[in-house]
Design a protein around this ligand. Structure first.
Ligand SMILES: [Zn+2]
Length: 176
């Protein structure tokens, strides 16, 4: 089981609201709208209730792929001291990018076309997206994390060559 989904939570008190509470995710932040008169303790209860509800919905909507999940766990232990947490990791039918990470929601997607790659290249893609759980951008901090995987440079070269072969020189292989 992946770890708990723990988004940042923003509570907005609305003077127009009398009883109902609503919740939505905005840029990875769980935003709750509550009546202005609601006591603090009750706001916190609602925040947890809505978090749990959205987490269940997220898990149902995005099934976890076992192979990716197992590899990601091993990579997490080996290169990140096991400290990373995510909501779901799965193959997805995305053609323009090899992988993506919805940073705040902890959702990682790997392109279906990566399913046929050698394990060591797939592992690089996973390490890349896992590193995004901690660093959303591609700065030096990010690459310092990714380079803990010793085959990073070789895997990037492999993917660039593959993209050129396929005439996809413009896809953002090494970046996303
Ligand atoms: Zn990236």
């Amino acid at each position: 089981m992946p770890a708990r989904w723990e988004p940042s939570i923003r509570i907005v008190a609305s003077p127009n609201r009398r009883r109902t509470v609503s919740a939505r995710v905005v840029d990875g932040v769980l935003e709750l709208r509550v009546p202005a008169g609601m006591p603090q303790a009750e706001r916190q209860e609602w925040a947890e209730r809505m978090r749990a509800r959205l987490e269940r919905r997220l898990r149902r909507a995005r099934p976890t792929d076992t192979r990716l999940e197992e590899r990601a766990r091993a990579l997490n232990r080996r290169h990140f001291d096991g400290r990373l947490h995510w909501t779901s990791i799965a193959f997805a039918d995305q053609t323009s990018r090899w992988g993506s990470c919805t940073y705040a929601a902890g959702v990682i997607r790997i392109s279906m076309r990566a399913a046929g790659l050698p394990d060591w290249v797939l592992d690089y893609l996973l390490v890349h997206e896992l590193a995004h759980l901690e660093v959303p951008h591609h700065g030096p901090d990010f690459w310092a994390l990714v380079n803990r995987y010793p085959l990073t440079e070789r895997a990037r070269g492999y993917l660039i060559a593959l993209d050129h072969q396929a005439g996809r020189a413009d896809s953002d292989t090494p970046e996303d």
